[in-house]
Write a protein that binds this ligand. Structure first.
Ligand SMILES: *Cc1c(COP(=O)(O)O)cnc(C)c1O
Length: 222
């Protein structure tokens, strides 16, 4: 089996999972966007997935994402990893959506980069679901200020929230908590409708809790 065949059958299987999860949640399949997380995989895999109709691609390191995005500017690039402020301008030059914004300094750096590049970048606020501010993600108490900074920043659009289910917490519980955070944010910022949640191991729980973006790596690419 060629790599392209392998990716094609993995995509069929994943699509079945997504359809079933949506049906069980009483949602339409088109309410959920699949992001293929291609980190550590070569651009040839991105090309093969694009040929199969995948339009949304995710990466977690600027150094790897930038050349891939340059090769395929027709795709929608999602930045899903920990982001340092000194990489923010580069990321803002190619990412359509940044899922991992958890502090005000990053908002400023992304906004400056987006303005310089003449682009508008969707921002998702990454939420820490175990309430530990030492981990990636903002704690709930810090979200209002972060949302206000993002909503008021040139070049950025506050688009919603993102989380990773913490180890040792049932994903269903974690994503229910994220859904509450998302609803609160949406009551102040109606445009902030996106919920980025769910990976290879827990995408069903995320879809049941209202995820609009799922970020899938290993179930698709191995
Ligand atoms: C790698 C990664 C994913 C994909 O994880 P899989 O378990 O391989 O599906 C999703 N989100 C983030 C933030 C990642 O870094």
């Amino acid at each position: 089996m060629t790599r392209a065949d392998e990716l094609a059958s993995a995509l069929v299987a994943l699509e079945q999972r997504l359809c079933l999860a949506c049906a069980q949640a009483g949602r339409d399949r088109d309410e959920v966007v699949l992001i293929a997380v291609t980190k550590t995989h070569p651009i040839s895999d991105v090309e093969a997935l694009a040929a199969l109709g995948v339009r949304d691609v995710g990466e977690n390191r600027d150094q790897e994402a930038a050349p891939k995005a340059l090769a395929r500017p027709d795709l929608r690039w999602h930045f899903v990893g920990a982001l340092q402020s000194n990489k923010a301008a580069s990321v803002a030059s190619y990412a359509s959506v940044v899922h991992s914004v958890d502090r005000a300094s990053l908002v400023r750096a992304l906004a400056a980069g987006a303005v310089r590049a003449g682009r508008r970048v969707d921002v998702l606020l990454q939420v820490s679901l175990d309430g530990d501010s030492a981990r990636a993600g903002a704690v709930a108490a810090d979200l209002p200020a972060l949302a206000e900074a993002t909503a008021g920043a040139d070049g950025l659009r506050l688009a919603g929230v993102m989380a990773v289910a913490p180890l040792g917490v049932e994903p269903a519980r974690a994503f229910a908590q994220l859904a509450e955070v998302a609803a609160r944010l949406r009551s102040d910022y109606p445009q902030a409708r996106e919920i980025s949640a769910g990976m290879s191991g827990d995408l069903e729980d995320a879809i049941a809790a209202g995820a609009t973006y799922v970020r899938v790596g290993t179930a698709l690419l191995g």
